[in-house]
Write a protein that binds this ligand. Structure first.
Ligand code: 1CP
Length: 342
């Protein structure tokens, strides 16, 4: 279903949008009091399987901030949980797997998602009933490298050392794990598309920890396979600290590259094949007051304009360089959206 004159889809298609489209990673979640209220007493992963609740949480930031995109409320580990993996999200920490995946037997026992996640699909239908034609619903998946890091480390990791050790010491186990994760991610995304998402983002949040050589050998083929499998909708590919591997990441094939705050958009545009840029306000600037926000937002808009002027890009979707921090004042987010739209 193609929305009419949706600024976000227009920008991705290289058309002039009616206003600069913006959405924020982690726009749903703990920065919002209405989120804390509806989530009270409900474990994170339970909430991701409750259609009315996941729809409500997805819509909260759209109503409050007037952003142009709704990001599906879910998590990168939901498809694995749905497939039967006993993974949990621990408050204040993140995804945790008690028995991490370290051997080829572990890999072969990893469940594969081979059915639709009906609760999520029902949630997507509820979201689409409320969104206007100008607002775009963005689905997502974790990329196999970022997902594998949680599975191998057993939880959030600072250095990803066990993950890299597997790549280099037991590459056949690593590649088997990538091959095992890929169909789950594809089925998860296809299910979201069937239910009505209009764009998707592949989150390879921690890919920036890799050398370009390792990224190309151990990650790129699998992310490319996933992106190819969803080429019927606009695709966004994002990671943090990826300045040195932006070119390689863009070879995976997506209309849009998400850029973190470290690389100016006009510089990033020269590194990537994707012709639409997404980003890239430092999430910390939301703490710096209206004057600083205005200055930084205008700088980013003019860097995007410079990239388009130079013929290195055809569009810009405004976003942060990474997610909204939980302690962000929600009024600052609304204010940022107002400045971006003006
Ligand atoms: O109880 C809570 O509120 C838990 C916090 C939380 C939330 C709100 C987690 C645990 N996940 C989410 C939702 C979520 N996760 C969304 C939808 C909300 C939105 O964007 O508005 C999305 C897109 C994700 C994706 C996700 N989960 C990523 C990729 C995005 C990114 O931030 O880079 C990653 C790396 C995760 C893992 C994860 N899940 C939760 C946490 C705290 C973490 C990060 C842990 C770590 O630092 O390694």
């Amino acid at each position: 279903m193609t929305a009419k004159n949706a600024p976000l889809l227009d920008a991705i298609a290289g058309k002039t949008p009616s206003r600069t489209p913006v959405w924020f990673m982690r726009q749903a979640g703990r920065s919002l009091p209405e989120y804390r209220q509806v989530r009270e007493g409900i474990p994170m992963l339970d909430s991701c399987f409750m259609p009315e609740l996941l729809a409500e949480i997805t819509l909260q930031p759209v109503r409050r901030h007037d952003v142009d995109g709704a990001i599906l409320f879910s998590d990168i580990v939901v498809p694995l949980k749905a497939a039967g993996l006993p993974i949990d999200i621990v408050p204040g920490r993140g995804p945790v797997l008690a028995d991490p995946i370290r051997t080829i037997e572990d890999v072969n026992n990893l469940p594969i998602l081979d059915t639709d996640v009906l609760e999520v699909q029902e949630g997507i239908r509820i979201i689409q009933e409320e969104l206007t034609e100008q607002q775009t619903l963005i689905g997502f998946a974790g990329a196999p490298f970022t997902l594998a890091s949680y599975l191998i480390e057993g939880g959030p990791s600072k250095n990803h050392e066990k993950t890299k050790a597997m790549m280099h010491a037991e590459p056949e186990v690593w590649h088997a794990l990538m091959q095992r994760l890929t169909p789950t991610i594809i089925n998860w995304l296809r299910g979201q598309i069937d239910a009505g998402i209009e764009a998707m983002q592949l989150f390879d949040s921690w890919a920036g920890y890799l050398t370009e050589r390792d990224y190309r050998e151990f990650v790129l083929p699998y992310s490319a396979e996933i992106l190819t499998s969803v080429k019927d909708i606009p695709r966004i590919h994002f990671g943090v600290g990826t300045g040195e591997i932006l070119g390689a990441m863009s070879e995976a094939g997506s209309e849009v590259m998400g850029i973190d705050w470290r690389v100016p958009l006009d510089v990033a545009a020269k590194r990537v094949q994707a012709k639409v840029l997404q980003g890239n306000l430092d999430p910390a600037i939301l703490f710096a007051g209206t004057e600083a926000m205005t200055r930084e937002i205008n700088r980013i808009k003019s860097e995007a304009a410079a990239a388009i002027e130079a013929g290195d890009a055809i569009g810009h979707v405004f976003n942060l360089g990474h997610g909204v921090m939980p302690s962000t004042d929600p009024d600052a987010i609304t204010e940022a959206v107002r400045i971006i739209h003006s």
